[in-house]
Design a protein around this ligand. Structure first.
Ligand code: F7E
Length: 340
C-alpha cells in the first residue's frame, strides 16, 4: 500500500485529493495545524472523514524536527504540500504569517526529504499569482515571475526553492502552477463561493443583498476536483516537471454573478457605475447586488490566464468542466445546505 502525506487537509484541494488517493488504495495521512479552524466538513461532505485508511495528524509545517520525525516514522512515498495561507487580501494584512505557511513551509519539507529519504516525492502547489504583473498572455511554464502581493511572493519563493532542491539534490519535486479552481468545497472568503452561497440565501429569502468588490475582475476558473487529479498524475511521472493547471479561458466576476442568479431563475438589471453600481431582480424590482469598495484590491489590473498545453500534451490532462457547470454544481450544494 502506497503512503501519502497531504498537508492542509482541512482545505478544498486536500479533501478532493485525499478522496482520490483513498480510491486508489493509498494510506493517507492528512495534516492540519492546531490553531486553524479545525473543521473537517469537507472530508465529511465527501464521505471520507471516517475512512479506515485516512489518518488525521496535527502538525506544524514550520517545525523541522516534527517534519523529520514524521517522515522517519511514516515513511511516506509521496508528500503533497497543499497547506498555505491562500487568501490574497489576508496576505496584505498578515504578510509574515503568509510567508511562513505559504513560503517557508515547503523548505522544511524539502530539508526533511534531503535528510531523511531523498526518494520521497513532493508535489508543491504553486499559483498563478507568481505571474502578477505580467504582459504575457496566456502565461506558460516559462513566463517570468512578477508577484504583486505577499501571497504571490511567498508562492514564488516556494516554487523556486522546490526547483532548487530538484536541481541541487535530485529530489523529485514536481510543481503545479494552479490558476483559480472552484467547487462546492471552496471557502466563502473566495468570490465564487461567496456568490453561490449568497445567491442561494437570497433565493430562499435568508439574505437581501450580495455585496461584492470589483465586478470586472477576470479570472481563469477551473474545477478543483480536476486539479487534484492533475496533482496525482504529475506524481506518477519518472521525472519531476512543472505544469500550468488552467483552462485558458477567462470570465469576469460579473459573468459569474449573472450565471449564479440565472441558475436560480433570477434575471438581473445592472444600474449605476463603479462603486455606485448595483443590480435589481427584474421580477421583484428589489436590489439584490451592491458594489462595496471595501472589497476592492490594490494592484489588480493584469490578466492571469494560463496555457495548459504542456500538461495536456504530456499527461493528457485537460480542464473539462465549464464555469457554467461549476456554478450550477456549487449552487445546488449551497441551496441544499441552506435547507438543511
Ligand atoms: O478573488 C474579485 C477579486 O478571492 C477572485 C486563491 O485560490 O486564486 C485564488 O485567489 C477575484 C479577485 O481569488 C470580491 O478582486 C470581487 O479579482 O476568489 P478570489 P483570488 O484572489 O484570485 C489564486 C490562483 C490563488 O492561488 C489563491 O490562493 O474576485 N472580487 N469582489 C472579490 N473577491 C473576494 N474574495 N470577495 C469579493 O467580495
Amino acid at each position: 500500500m502506497k503512503k501519502a502525506i497531504v498537508t492542509g487537509i482541512t482545505g478544498q484541494d486536500a479533501a478532493y485529493l485525499a478522496k482520490l488517493l483513498l480510491s486508489k488504495n493509498y494510506k493517507v495521512y492528512g495534516t492540519y495545524k492546531k490553531e486553524n479552524d479545525l473543521s473537517f466538513w469537507r472530508l465529511q461532505e465527501l464521505g471520507v472523514e471516517d475512512h479506515p485508511h485516512l489518518e488525521l495528524l496535527e502538525y506544524d509545517l514550520l517545525d523541522l524536527d516534527a517534519t523529520m520525525d514524521m517522515f522517519k516514522s511514516l515513511k511516506p512515498d509521496e508528500v503533497y504540500n497543499l497547506a498555505a495561507q491562500s487568501h490574497v487580501p489576508k496576505s496584505f494584512e498578515a504578510p509574515i504569517e503568509t510567508v511562513g505557511a505559504t513560503g517557508l513551509g515547503v523548505l522544511h519539507i524539502l530539508e526533511a526529504i534531503r535528510y531523511v529519504d531523498t526518494n520521497i516525492k513532493l508535489f508543491q502547489a504553486s499559483s498563478s499569482e507568481i505571474f502578477g504583473k505580467t504582459h504575457i498572455y496566456p502565461q506558460t511554464e516559462e513566463t517570468k515571475f512578477y508577484p504583486r502581493n505577499p501571497y504571490g511572493v511567498s508562492k514564488a519563493f516556494a516554487h523556486m526553492m522546490s526547483i532548487n532542491y530538484r536541481e541541487t539534490y535530485g529530489i523529485f519535486a514536481c510543481i503545479g502552477i494552479l490558476y483559480n479552481h472552484e467547487s462546492p468545497l471552496r471557502g466563502e472568503a473566495f468570490v465564487t463561493r461567496k456568490i453561490t452561497s449568497s445567491v442561494a440565501k437570497i433565493k430562499l429569502g435568508q439574505l437581501d443583498v450580495l455585496k461584492l468588490g470589483n465586478l470586472d475582475a477576470k479570472r481563469d476558473w477551473g474545477y478543483a476536483q480536476e486539479y487534484a487529479q492533475a496533482m496525482y498524475l504529475m506524481m506518477q511521472e519518472e521525472v519531476p516537471q512543472t505544469y500550468i493547471l488552467a483552462t485558458n479561458r477567462v470570465q469576469t466576476v460579473r459573468d459569474f454573478v449573472i450565471m449564479a442568479f440565472k441558475a436560480v431563475d433570477i434575471e438581473l438589471e445592472f444600474r449605476g457605475s463603479d462603486e455606485n453600481e448595483f443590480a435589481i431582480d427584474l421580477k421583484t424590482r428589489k436590489v439584490v447586488l451592491e458594489v462595496n469598495p471595501i472589497f476592492y484590491r490594490p494592484l489588480e489590473k493584469e490578466l492571469l490566464i494560463g496555457n495548459p498545453k504542456k500538461i495536456q500534451e504530456r499527461l493528457g490532462w485537460q480542464a473539462k468542466t465549464s464555469l457554467e457547470e461549476i456554478c450550477k454544481i456549487m449552487l445546488k450544494a449551497d441551496l441544499e445546505r441552506c435547507l438543511r
